[in-house]
Ligand binder design. Structure first.
Ligand code: GDD
Ligand code: MN
Length: 394
C-alpha cells in the first residue's frame, strides 16, 4: 500500500463516513507530525459534543517527519482527517488555498498546526457565522480578552504589531495578521483574484472578498509545543510586497498617487544632488547643471515608477517608454514652473508667500505629471480600467 505521505498524485485521503461535513478545518503544515495528533484531539474535543460533522484537512508540503504516518494513525482511529500532501508546491498561503479548494464543509476554519491557536475558540467562531451575526471571524490576540504568550520578545511583538498597524486602513480588524479565521465557504473570493505572497492569507481573503460583518473572537496565542516557526525575515519582506498589492487592490488610484509622490520626492533629492555635484565636481554652469540634473532625476523617477508604482500596468519597451516619460515630466515641470510664475506675478498674496506658490506649482505639476504618465506612458490594462470603473460605480 502506498503510504499517505507519498501519495501526492492520489486523491486526498478522506474519512468516508463524512461526505458532507458542516465544517472543514484547514491546517497548513510543514513538519508538524508531533503536533497533528494533539491538534486533531483538541478539535474533536470541542466539536464532538456539539455533534458538528467536520473534516480536518491537513495540507502538508511533503514533510519528512512522519506526518503521513500520523495522519494514517488518526484515520485508523476514526478521526475525519484528510491529508493533502503536496510535492510540487510550497508555502503557507498556497497550502491554505489548496485546502479551501478541496474543502466540502459549509464553513471553513483555517488554523495553524502548531497548537498556537486554541481549539476552544472554534465553537464561538462557528456560532457567529451560523447565526449570521458575522461573515468573517478572526481568532484575535488584540481584542479585549486576547493575549499572546508571555515569552514573546520585543522583536516578535514588533514583527506582529508593525504589520498590523501598516495594514490598518485595509480592514477594521485589530488582528488582521492572524492565521486563525473562519468564513462561509461560498464567500471565498474567486481563486484567480487571490495572489498571496508570503504569510498573510487571512488578510488577503478578507480584503478581496466581500465581507461586511467581520468579528473578532479573543484568543490566547500560545507558544508552539513542538518544532519551530517558519516565519523568517524574508517572509516579513515579502509581506511588504503583499501589502503593496493589497493597497493597490483596495485603493487603486490613491495607492498609485502615493507611490508616484514618494518616487517624485526621492527624485527631488536626486535632482538637488546632481544639480550641486555637476557644478562642484564637474564644473558645469548652473543652467546646464539644472537641465542635466532634471534629466537624471526624471530618469530615476521613470525607473522606479516602472518597477514600483505602475508595475501592474502595460510595459512598453524601455526605449519607447523612457523618452515618453521625459516628455510628460517636462510638461509637468513646465506646468509647475509656469504656475509659479503666474501666481507670483498675478497675485500679491502669492508674491508675498512665494513658498505657497512653489507648493501649488509642485502639486499642479505633479498632478499633470501623474495624469499624463498614466495616459501615455504607463497605460493600465483594459480589464483593470473596467474593474476600477465597476468598483467606482458600486
Ligand atoms: N503547507 C505548508 N507550507 N505549511 C506551512 C509552511 C509551508 O511552507 N510554512 C509554515 N506552515 C505551517 C506551519 O507548519 C504551521 O502549521 C503554520 O503554517 C504556521 O507556521 P509557523 O511557522 O508556526 O508560523 P508563525 O507561528 O511564525 O506565524 C503565525 O503567526 C503569525 C502572526 O504572528 C501564523 O499564524 C501566521 O499566519 C501569522 O501571521
Ligand atoms: Mn507558529
Amino acid at each position: 500500500m502506498a503510504s499517505i505521505a507519498t501519495a501526492a498524485a492520489a486523491p486526498p485521503l478522506a474519512a468516508p463516513e463524512c461526505e458532507s461535513p458542516a465544517v472543514s478545518i484547514i491546517v497548513p503544515t510543514y513538519r508538524e507530525a508531533l503536533n497533528i495528533p494533539l491538534l486533531a484531539r483538541g478539535i474533536d474535543d470541542v466539536l464532538a459534543p456539539r455533534a458538528t460533522p467536520y473534516e480536518l484537512i491537513i495540507v502538508d508540503d511533503h514533510s519528512d517527519d512522519g506526518t503521513g504516518a500520523a495522519c494514517e494513525q488518526l484515520l485508523s482511529e476514526g478521526n475525519p482527517v484528510r491529508l493533502i500532501s503536496r510535492r510540487h508546491q510550497r508555502g503557507l498561503s498556497s497550502a491554505v488555498l489548496e485546502g479551501c479548494s478541496k474543502a466540502r464543509g459549509t464553513y471553513l476554519v483555517v488554523m495553524d498546526g502548531d497548537l498556537s491557536h486554541p481549539c476552544s475558540a472554534i465553537p464561538a467562531m462557528l456560532d457567529h457565522l451560523q447565526s449570521g451575526e458575522a461573515d468573517f471571524v478572526v481568532g484575535s490576540r488584540y481584542v479585549p480578552g486576547g493575549s499572546t504568550h508571555a515569552n514573546w520578545g520585543w522583536s516578535r511583538t514588533i514583527n506582529s504589531r508593525v504589520p498590523s498597524w501598516l495594514s490598518r486602513p485595509l480592514s477594521p480588524l485589530r488582528d488582521p495578521m492572524s492565521g486563525f479565521f473562519a468564513l462561509p465557504r461560498d464567500s471565498l473570493p474567486e481563486r484567480q483574484l487571490l495572489s498571496p505572497v508570503g504569510y498573510k492569507i487571512g488578510l488577503e481573503i478578507f480584503v478581496k472578498g466581500d465581507f461586511d460583518k467581520p468579528k473578532e473572537v479573543p484568543i490566547h496565542f500560545g507558544e508552539r509545543v513542538h518544532g519551530e516557526s517558519k516565519l523568517s525575515a524574508r517572509e516579513q519582506l515579502r509581506f511588504l510586497q503583499h501589502l503593496r498589492r493589497l493597497y493597490h487592490f483596495h485603493f487603486p488610484l490613491l495607492s498609485e498617487l502615493v507611490q508616484f509622490g514618494l518616487v517624485g520626492a526621492s527624485g527631488f533629492v536626486i535632482d538637488l544632488l546632481f544639480y550641486l555635484l555637476l557644478q562642484w565636481l564637474v564644473g558645469l554652469s548652473h543652467t546646464t547643471a539644472r537641465a542635466l540634473s532634471f534629466l537624471v532625476a526624471a530618469s530615476w523617477n521613470w525607473g522606479w515608477n516602472r518597477t514600483i508604482t505602475f508595475s501592474q500596468h502595460q510595459q512598453l519597451a524601455k526605449l519607447v517608454q523612457w523618452p515618453r516619460f521625459l516628455l510628460t515630466s517636462s510638461l509637468g515641470f513646465a506646468v509647475n514652473w509656469g504656475s509659479y510664475v503666474l501666481l507670483t506675478s498675478e497675485f500679491a498674496f502669492f508674491d508675498q508667500n512665494r513658498i505657497l506658490a512653489l507648493m501649488a506649482g509642485v502639486a499642479l505639476g505633479m498632478g499633470v505629471n501623474f495624469i499624463t504618465a498614466r495616459l501615455f506612458v504607463f497605460k493600465p490594462f483594459a480589464e483593470d480600467v473596467k474593474r476600477d470603473n465597476a468598483t467606482f460605480n458600486d
